[in-house]
Design a protein around this ligand. Structure first.
Ligand code: PLP
Length: 423
């Protein structure tokens, strides 16, 4: 006999439009209870992540939903301010009009347009590599590469603080796994010695680490890789477009462009901020990824508007290094003024400027108080960062004015004194 929700389901009823359907049955009820308990645990642990709703474009000045206009934004990965750049927006609109909303297809069936090939060519040229392949995100690029490239005969050596997507990508492959201590070259060397028994060794590291704003010692990593006959892979999500004299990334900054074999990066941060990721490197590797990489083979093509944004962002960067340089000057201003005010800023020369506070509650209340003063910053605490190392992460953008930066430093100084984080 059909009863209750099941009857409504079959009749297409179950409440008017907008009324959610609630699955019935013991299993569904058990699941709901379990999920509610789990959510309660997260709240209880103080690690609940809530989302503020922005009612304007991404940029240095925001309007928050339900009030709050003119909020100064210091927590986007919009390093070059291209997310709302007029030329980037125009390029997206033109691509949308000419090539449509989307491809309704993966690349190898009928999802490749001329703009996808042009963008791949442009990415390879930007990084001075042989070829490039696009993904829906860098998370996907990281999920796809290790499994396609490495077999049980090979080894991968990964920095312990690598991004979650690298960790997940490595989990998916069958290579022998080594995890070396964060940026510890002695430990990497010991692991490379141990890994000599394998056919191929791949050292995998973030170029710049997003929680600490520190930059991988790529020169030393490349020297070790040469000594122990290993390849080097870098994730350049927090470097592409702005690190190095021409914004090519960590490898340019540290003078090892010809020593790093594989680069994965995102189009969703400095390069227009829409979405998308890529791998760039040797042509046979890119050819293999087109044949074997599962997130590429089994996921939709990048939408034309998104391709248009990234393509224009790369044009702007290849025309001039002025934007990347202006971001470096703003970063320097913030770091030196905050240090002079008495704060400890982790990392060096990177627009990710973690203001180290230690205590999780202090980071949370200070971030809230900063917002009360019109400055949007985010506090990070355990488990996102180690216990006792809570911080407020500030991210500088090329489109912050000197006045914006000074206002942020002043607010930090006031709030820091109020909460006794400063003398
Ligand atoms: N790698 C690093 C280091 C990141 O910070 C991120 C984004 O947070 C990703 C990969 C994933 O990039 P995407 O947003 O393109 O998936």
């Amino acid at each position: 006999m059909l009863r209750g929700a099941a009857v409504r389901l079959l009749r297409g009823g179950g409440g008017g439009a907008g009324t959610p359907r609630v699955a019935s049955g013991t299993a569904a009820a058990q699941l709901r209870r379990r999920l509610e308990n789990e959510l309660e645990d997260i709240r209880g642990a103080g690690t609940w992540k809530s989302e503020r709703i922005i009612a304007s474009r991404q940029g240095p000045h925001l309007r928050l939903d339900g009030g709050g206009a003119g909020i100064l934004n210091f927590c986007a990965n919009n390093y070059l301010g291209l997310s709302s750049h007029p030329e980037v927006i125009r390029a997206a609109v033109e691509a949308l009009e000419k090539f449509g909303a989307g491809l309704s297809s993966v690349r190898f069936i009928c999802g490749t347009q001329s703009i996808h090939k042009d963008l791949e060519e442009k990415i390879a040229r930007f990084h001075q590599r042989e070829d490039a392949i696009l993904y829906a995100s860098c998370f996907d690029a990281n999920a796809g590469i290790f499994e396609a490239l490495l077999t049980p005969e090979d080894a991968v050596l990964s920095d312990e603080l690598n991004h979650a997507s690298i960790i997940d990508g490595i989990r998916l492959c069958k290579a022998n796994k080594y995890r070396y201590k964060h940026m510890d070259m002695q430990d990497l060397e010991a692991k490379l010695q141990d890994a000599q028994k394998h056919r191929l060794r791949l050292v995998a590291t973030d170029g710049a680490f997003s929680m600490d704003g520190d930059i991988a010692p790529l020169k030393e990593i490349c020297q070790l890789a040469q000594k122990y006959d290993a390849l080097v892979f870098i994730d350049e999500c927090h470097a592409t477009g702005f690190l190095g004299p021409n914004g090519r990334g960590t490898d340019e900054l540290l003078g090892v462009m010809d020593k790093v074999t594989i680069i994965n990066s995102t189009l969703g941060k400095a390069l227009g901020g829409a979405a998308g990721g890529y791998t760039t490197g040797p042509k046979p590797l890119i050819d293999l990824l087109r044949q074997r990489s599962r997130p590429y083979l089994f996921s939709n093509s990048l939408p034309p508007a998104v391709v248009g944004c990234a393509s224009k962002a790369l044009d702007l960067l290849m025309e001039s290094n002025a934007i990347a340089q202006s971001m470096a000057a703003k970063t320097q201003r913030f770091r030196s003024k905050m240090t002079a005010a008495g704060f400890t800023i982790s990392g060096k020369d990177h627009p990710i400027c973690p203001v180290m506070l230690g205590d999780a509650r202090l980071a949370a209340v200070m971030a809230e108080d900063m917002l009360n003063r019109g400055i949007y910053v985010i506090g990070f605490s355990y488990p996102v960062v180690p216990k006792g190392k809570a911080r407020i992460r500030v991210q500088i953008s090329a489109v912050h004015s000197d006045e914006d930066i000074d206002r942020c430093v002043e607010a930090f100084t006031e709030v820091g004194r109020k909460h006794e984080a400063l003398p």
